[in-house]
Ligand binder design. Structure first.
Ligand code: PLP
Length: 389
């Protein structure tokens, strides 16, 4: 039997939605070799510049010497090493929560958490711009899923008022939204959760390490506590520069996940050397405040420069702190692709983000800044945009 895939692929191409991969030589840094050519990159989530940090790399090497390469089994069989245990303790201490549980990826954490906590008959409310993995987790759970307009807590409040009395309620949101760079309205969400006896789940993949005091993320920025946001999800492959993810909360939450989260139970534990390296990354992220300060200065420089050029940046709510995710709206996918291509010709790597990753009509360039960038590099991007836009 033939797979009959040509038509679907041809449609994808015709809609300017074709996705393709580039090959990176060498480490993930801002000056990257992409498809064989040197370019300056503005697209990774390595916000603190730790993915190729010499100390984190050395810790990975030490971890390999101590633990070898593979974990060999799932956490519940015999893959749970000392390095995993130490990292879980460090993450719990850092987030100020009773316990933390490592997952192999953020995608798997979200599938596991939501499907372990929610079930048929329950009600999930999710921001329309939540990460795909949160939506997939909600669908997998079998609960009734409704997606409120982005950051629209008034609509959420209305829906919560009308929720039937039966079943548990969950409010699920990104902390920092991955494509827009704005923050969830946490004070309003925590108030609604308390008022309607709902459990608030926050995925702070882009906030942890980057915003808030000591990089404590969205929850720290708004000075919320474990009781306000019982379930915190974080990823380790972004600001911490390594790989993996975790969930932090009260002890019973962690025990429940160990018992029931299928994406935790039925998968090989991440390599212990990676957990060992992440301990070093976490320490650097917490202590080297200059990384966040420098990043904030770069964000301000870029936003000011872009305003002077009259570029169509997506505005952030006035009370949001600066985040390193900056959306330059182009409207249609074709324009986004063309601008991205023209920038690449000038040696600047900035990806075009198109539907279905973002909503129809909101294609964009997603510019991300890193503490590894210099002011001169930010200026190079501004100069190129001045010529092209
Ligand atoms: C990247 C991301 C994830 C997935 O994390 P991985 O570790 O890359 O699987 C989950 N949620 C959000 C909001 C993300 O941005």
């Amino acid at each position: 039997m033939s797979l009959k895939l040509e038509k679907r692929l041809a449609e994808r191409r015709a809609q300017d939605l074709w996705r393709e991969r580039r090959v990176l030589d060498g480490p993930q840094t801002v000056e990257a070799i992409v498809d064989g050519r040197h370019c300056l990159s503005f697209c990774s989530n390595d916000y603190l510049g730790l993915a190729s940090d010499a100390r984190v790399t050395a810790a990975l090497r030490d971890g390999a010497a101590l633990y070898g390469v593979g974990s060999g089994a799932s956490h519940l069989v015999n893959g749970h090493s000392r390095a995993h245990a130490e990292l879980e303790e460090a993450l719990a201490a850092w987030t100020g929560r009773e316990r933390a549980l490592l997952f192999s990826t953020g995608y798997m954490a979200n599938l596991g958490v939501i499907s372990a906590l929610a079930a048929r008959g329950d009600h999930i409310y999710a921001d329309r711009l939540d990460h795909a993995s949160l939506l997939d987790g909600a669908l997998l759970s079998g609960a009734r899923l409704r997606r409120y307009r982005h950051r629209d807590h008034a609509q959420l409040a209305e829906w919560l008022e009308r929720t039937p009395a039966t079943g548990e309620r969950f409010i699920i949101s990104d902390g920092v939204f991955s494509m827009d760079g704005d923050l969830a309205p946490l004070p309003e969400l925590t108030a609604l959760a308390a008022q309607h006896d709902a459990c608030l789940i926050i995925d702070d993949a882009h906030g942890l390490g980057v915003i808030g005091p000591s990089g404590g993320g969205t929850i720290a920025h708004f000075a919320c506590e474990q009781k306000d946001v019982p379930v915190l999800i974080g990823t380790l492959g972004k600001a911490f520069g390594t790989f993996g993810a975790f969930v932090a909360g009260e002890s019973d939450l962690i025990e429940t996940l160990i018992q029931f989260a299928r994406s935790y139970i039925y998968t090989t534990a991440l390599p212990p050397a990676v957990a060992h390296a992440t301990l070093t990354a976490l320490k650097i992220a917490r202590e080297e405040t200059w990384r966040r300060d420098h990043l904030a200065a770069l964000i301000a420089r870029f936003r000011t420069g872009a305003r002077e050029l009259d570029l169509s940046l997506l505005d952030l709510p006035a009370d949001n702190p600066a985040t390193p995710i900056i959306a330059l709206l182009t409207g249609n996918a074709e324009r986004a692709l063309k601008l991205s291509k023209n920038l690449l010709e000038r040696g600047l790597l900035v990806p075009a983000i198109r539907p279905p990753t973002v909503e129809q009509g909101s294609a964009r360039l997603r510019i991300t800044l890193s503490a590894a960038h210099s002011e001169a590099q930010v200026d190079r991007l501004l100069n190129a945009l001045a010529e092209l836009c």
